[in-house]
Ligand binder design. Structure first.
Ligand code: T1G
Length: 699
């Protein structure tokens, strides 16, 4: 018996199995073995009912994902599940925190389930490119019906304890502290001589609507493109309606192993750990004391400022919103109210919660009101002189130790910090639009930013529901710098003969949330136009921005003006190819003597994705990003890169660096474009026979 992870105790006819495997009681081998040994002990002792519960902050959060790449060790999880379901004495389980994946499958194999009020129950395997592989696709339909089972398994989102009780997934909501409440409940079951009650013997309720599966598949086809798991899940829930448990479980195992071996699951498992690794900074100890962030201020109530203020208010942190005029301030506050009201209308939040969050936001025109704040985030017009003036005023108004952050998306944070007497307190906080929705936050470490300021911001980002990635100072940081290389290729492909529709369709078929030209139209072509002018680049003087400059000067700014690379239907906002743009392209190409040729989907994808890879490698070599997986997280959470491809750097490894380098050289030959020279880091790793992934453990 492994006496640490699983303990068994006989107490007043109750056989209590306590699992303690921090941090999330994952079903590691020692836990599975410990449960089996406990069952062996209970089989012959005086226990009349077994009670399973976990120590720590959560019940079992699933199979141990770190064991997936390793050789399987017996007992397997299905072995444990079958042993529990067919045990000769009733087995009860008490849930708290989260009961996820294999943890919920284990609970469903028990005969009785109870949960503390705040428990969340779910089968999130699809988020890892998997499906429930220990009976979840066959037992959940038996407990909650096929419709809810399909929704839970294909979506992966957990349900509340309240909904679990209503749907029959749990029998009881416990009241009070977990262990005493669980034991009281188990004693009641004993007193009632509750019998064994194998879930597998229950019939699957007939679905309310016979075509629920077809409607589901239609609804989710686009969202699940490129991923095998969702199709298997629908097949297995359908099978549960007609097949025996045994046959259902057999087919489930086959599908599970197929998903587990799939590149999509390998990519999504990489993303799972990569998202959790971003906060581990190689040069700043995890226990660095943090600065207080009890009160926050945001300078500028525009689109970004308003969204940023909502992030803090929704996390329960009081925010002071600062503007230059009452009119701008009122407009900004009204926009926030509208955004929240829309979320209530869509059922995302309750009206009560939103009322509380709105109370957390105060407006002011006076910097003197910032004397007591712990953190200020500046979100004013993207102009260096304007930002330096604001930071000068903050330097005078804010208390010592107050963190001064800038939301610039590409300006030099060192130059902004130099406008203050306290550059150690200055940091970049690059939110993505809409700031109250997008999860990514590039935390920009300037040359003089103090380690505790960086660590404080990294932790605070998690508190406001963001995924922080620490980056260094360069033009565009990680995301926008790579985007420039990506967008440049899109522009060159247009001038060489491809159309906006061809390029966007190729990238969306490949899995990008939206093609580069459609993204340009959504963001507004005038932003790039202004940024180029700010950098002193004359309009139409550079080939790869000649078209965009021309469109802006024709007042084709994108969706906001009804036309950009596409024309937009005024009612449906659907994008339509515009022959006027294609003619413009031929004219500019002729002017710049760019030879025209047929361009295929493969070349489009290779040039855009490998531009990201090559620039990402340069960024890593310069130390602007700490590890390749950070670059992956930036692109997946900020730029619509498909998570089931793992991110640009993970994708490069899946192609193999030798193949990547060979293709880069081919593109250089094909286009004569020196930017296709393979980044030195790629070449060094390839020569050493290493992958980009080998650098992730460097962090
Ligand atoms: N296996 C191994 N490690 C895990 C883990 C797991 N299932 N879940 C979390 N961790 C680690 C995580 O890497 C981190 O480590 C630490 O625990 C804290 O996690 C057969 C096949 C439970 C909601 O998908 O969603 O069951 O970074 O930072 O924000 O059908 O973790 O500290 O070193 O995320 O409080 C299905 C995954 C598995 C749930 C807690 N289960 N976990 O969130 O903490 S597949 C899941 C979560 C399966 C069966 C199949 C969250 C959480 P480190 P954290 P948190």
């Amino acid at each position: 018996m492994n006496d640490t992870a699983v303990k068994y105790e006989l107490s007043r006819s109750l056989g209590i199995i306590r699992i303690d495997n921090p941090p999330v009681n994952a079903l590691s081998h020692k836990v599975r073995a410990g449960i089996m040994q406990s069952l062996e002990q209970a089989r012959t002792d005086d226990s009349q009912l077994l009670l399973i519960l976990c120590a720590g902050r959560t019940f079992i959060a699933g199979a141990d994902i770190t064991e997936f790449g390793k050789p399987p060790q017996a007992p397997s999880l299905p072995d444990v599940i079958i042993a529990l379901e067919n045990f000769s004495k009733p087995v009860a389980v008490a849930l708290h925190g989260t009961a996820l994946g294999g943890g919920l499958e284990l609970a469903m194999a028990c005969h009785y389930r109870a949960a503390l009020p705040g428990t969340r129950l779910g089968l999130p395997e699809v988020k890892l490119g998997l499906l429930p592989g220990a009976g979840g696709t066959q037992r959940l339909p038996r407990l909650v019906g096929p419709e809810l089972a399909l929704e839970m398994i294909s979506g992966g989102a957990p349900i509340s304890a309240k909904k679990a009780l209503e749907s029959g997934l749990v029998d009881q909501i416990l009241d009070g502290e977990l262990e005493p409440a669980a034991i009281r409940w188990a004693q009641t079951l004993l007193a009632e001589s509750a019998p064994v009650r194998p879930t597998g013997e229950r019939p699957v309720p007939t679905p309310a609507q016979a075509d629920f599966l077809d409607r589901h598949l239609q609804k989710t086809a686009r969202k699940h493109r490129g991923q095998p798991a969702p199709g298997y899940i629908a097949e297995l829930v359908k099978l549960s309606l007609s097949a025996s448990l045994e046959d259902g479980l057999k087919r489930e195992r086959e599908c599970f192993l197929a998903c587990k071996a799939s590149p999509q699951s390998a990519a999504l498992r990489h993303v799972f750990f990569a998202e959790r690794a971003t906060g581990k900074l190689p040069d700043i100890p995890a226990d660095t004391p943090l600065r207080p962030t009890r009160r926050v201020a945001v300078i500028g109530a525009g689109t970004m400022g308003g969204g940023i203020a909502m992030c803090f208010a929704s996390a329960g942190i009081p925010v002071t919103l600062v503007e230059t005029t009452r009119e701008y301030l009122d407009k900004g506050l009204e926009k926030i109210r509208q955004n929240y009201a829309n979320s209530v209308k869509r059922g995302r939040f309750t009206a009560e919660a939103v009322a509380g969050w709105l109370d957390n936001i105060q407006g002011t025109l006076d910097y003197d009101d910032l004397a007591d704040v712990d953190l200020v985030i500046e979100a004013v017009f993207e102009n260096m002189a304007v930002k330096q003036e604001v930071f000068g005023k903050l330097d005078a108004a804010c208390k010592p130790g107050c963190i001064l952050a800038t939301n610039t998306s590409y300006l030099d944070v060192n130059a902004i910090a130099a406008a203050t007497s306290r550059p150690a307190d200055v940091i970049g906080a690059h939110f993505f639009s809409p700031a109250n929705v997008m999860k990514l936050l590039e935390v920009v470490r300037a040359e003089k930013t103090a380690p505790d300021v960086v660590q404080t911001f990294m932790k605070l980002a998690r508190t406001i529901g963001k995924i922080p990635v620490a980056v260094g100072v360069c033009h565009g940081f990680v995301g926008n710098r790579m985007l420039r290389a990506y967008a440049r290729q899109a522009q060159l492909l247009l001038l060489e003969g491809a159309t906006p529709t061809q390029i966007d369709q190729a990238m969306e078929n490949w899995g990008m949330a939206m093609g580069p030209l459609a993204v340009g139209d959504l963001a507004g072509l005038d932003i790039g136009y202004r940024s180029r002018r700010d950098q002193g680049i004359e309009s139409r003087s550079v080939l790869e921005s000649a078209l965009a400059d021309t469109l802006v000067e024709m007042d084709r700014l994108g969706q906001k003006s009804g036309a950009g690379y596409y024309r937009y239907d005024p009612d449906t906002r659907a994008r339509q190819a515009d022959p006027e743009v294609e003619q413009l392209l031929r004219d500019i190409a002729a002017e710049w003597q760019v030879p025209q040729r047929e361009i295929g989907e493969e070349e489009i994808v290779d040039r855009l994705i490998l531009a990201l890879v090559n620039e990402g490698a340069a960024i890593l070599q310069e130390g602007i990003a700490a590890r390749p997986s950070d670059v992956d997280i930036v692109y997946i959470n900020g730029y619509g890169f498909p998570s089931w491809r793992g991110g640009p750097m993970f994708h490069a490894d899946s192609l193999g660096l030798d193949a990547v380098i060979a293709r880069l050289r081919e593109l250089r030959e094909l286009t004569g474009d020196e930017s296709w020279e393979p980044a030195p880091l790629l070449q060094e790793l390839a020569v050493a026979g290493d992958s980009l992934g080998s650098l992730n453990s460097r962090g």
